[in-house]
Design a protein around this ligand. Structure first.
Ligand SMILES: Cc1cc2nc3c(=O)[nH]c(=O)nc-3n(C[C@H](O)[C@H](O)[C@H](O)COP(=O)(O)OP(=O)(O)OC[C@H]3O[C@@H](n4cnc5c(N)ncnc54)[C@H](O)[C@@H]3O)c2cc1C
Length: 399
């Protein structure tokens, strides 16, 4: 007979759900993960192979969270033979006063100064002298921060999956979507699937862009925009070309935000990934997704590569799409909160969704479990107190 009683049910076996299961299992919580597809699927926000890690943020608490995450990355690394984060550094350049949903150069420099994060300031000539970029406007400037790098996302998910199973406390049910969520009348929850009903004292909802579907049984919804985004890989024409992770801040009204990665052995060796940092389209529901990259995004990528990058052929060779949920409330980078249910605030249910959270995979699982075990308004990580109000969700009634 499959087990039906757990301490914690995690809905969603993406990167964050698996990390949550690991941290719960490690603490001895009997945990069930329900994943509607297979783990490591490419249907949600954890599609594709690589993500950027960076310390710099325009908000001090986000930079503090990045610093705090470093030891959680080291812990998760213990479950993988592969390098989860390769520290190639992070280069930001462009218009220093510009702010995008990624932050901005001036604002991030101020936070790095406050937190004593080392970085090197560069003007356009310095960027072109040190990195394979060309034809940059003379008034561009930026910085290089050496702790940034590239995350092997699939290896990270694998590590979290293995770590969760290694705890001996975690069951992972793939191809089993959560349906109804009901009260078990003793403060906990019952989650129904087409294979049975599971009961637990605590619930973590980690369903990424699918979150509003998951929340329907609780009669709740939250404000996210779901961006369908494209990226492309370009062949190296000069084998010597070496890049850090990078981001260029340009006028977003010109669809001119781009970011890119170094070459890595785990994703199309010999090719370099460059992506547009704006949506191909904004969806209200993941079901509207197509897996076809936008020709416009690919053309803009190719034009940027041709005009401003050295040692790359400007024809996109491999392409992919991904869905990211972003908070409609522009003051929120991530959405992470206790979840009202059945008419009352409920400290036994935590919902996480939204934001650029690849860099926080190992620590976010810990945050979710700590919120459930020790309900609080802030989480202490070393010297840093991370107030949870920064991630508060503006709940609305779904009906
Ligand atoms: C193009 C792109 C670039 C990005 N770049 C960066 C970056 O450089 N740096 C960075 O830090 N972050 C980046 N991110 C963000 C990062 O990838 C995400 O924050 C992270 O992958 C989120 O993982 P998740 O587990 O929350 O969501 P998901 O991976 O979407 O996982 C949610 C899971 O829930 C499952 N699910 C949904 N509904 C149900 C249900 N009812 N029952 C059971 N299972 C269900 C889904 O199948 C899915 O597997 C990027 C994202 C995208 C799309």
């Amino acid at each position: 007979m499959p087990k039906k009683e757990f301490d914690l049910i995690v809905i969603g076996g993406g990167a964050i759900g698996l990390s949550t299961a690991y941290h719960a299992g490690k603490r001895g919580l009997r945990t069930l993960v329900l994943e509607q597809y297979g783990v490591l699927n490419n249907n949600g926000s954890s599609a594709g192979e690589s993500r950027q890690f960076r310390l710099q943020y325009a908000q001090r608490y986000m930079a503090e969270l990045s610093i705090a995450s470093v030891e959680y990355w080291a812990e998760l690394q213990g479950y993988s033979q592969k390098s989860l984060v390769r520290q190639n550094g992070s280069l930001w350049f462009g218009d220093p006063a510009l702010n995008s949903q990624e932050g901005g150069i001036d604002a991030a420099e101020k936070v790095m100064d406050d937190l004593h994060i080392p970085y090197t300031k560069l003007d356009a000539a310095g960027i072109e002298a040190n990195f394979p970029f060309k034809g940059l406007p003379k008034d561009y400037s930026g910085f290089f921060q050496g702790s940034g790098g590239i995350i092997d996302l699939k290896a990270t998910e694998e590590a979290a999956f293995d770590a969760a199973l290694a705890s001996g406390n975690v069951d992972i049910h793939e191809y089993e979507p959560a349906g109804d969520i009901r009260s078990n009348n003793s403060g906990g929850v019952i989650v129904d699937t087409d294979r049975g009903s599971y009961s637990a004292a605590k619930l973590a909802i980690c369903t990424g862009p699918y979150v509003n579907d998951t929340l329907k049984p609780l009669n709740l919804s939250l404000g996210i925009d779901i961006w369908q985004m494209s990226s492309a890989y370009f062949a190296k024409s000069d084998p010597g070309v070496m890049l850090p992770t990078w981001f260029v801040f340009q006028d977003p009204s010109d669809s001119a935000l781009f970011y890119g990665f170094p070459e890595v052995d785990w994703a199309h060796p010999g090719y370099i990934r460059v992506a547009t940092d704006f949506p191909d389209k904004i969806l209200s529901d993941p079901s509207q997704r197509t897996f076809v990259p936008s020709p416009k995004s690919l053309a803009l990528d190719a034009q940027w590569v041709g005009d401003h990058m050295m040692g790359l052929d400007s024809t996109p060779r491999f392409t992919s799409t991904c869905l990211i949920a972003l908070a409609q409330n522009s003051n929120r980078e991530l959405l992470l909160d206790y979840t009202p249910a059945w008419g009352t605030p409920n400290e036994n249910i935590v919902t996480y969704t939204a934001g650029w959270a690849g860099k926080y995979v190992p620590i976010l699982g810990d945050m979710i479990v700590r919120m459930l075990l020790e309900p609080s308004t802030a989480l202490q990580y070393g010297n840093y107190e991370i107030p949870l109000r920064h991630f508060a969700i503006d709940w609305t009634n779904a009906s």
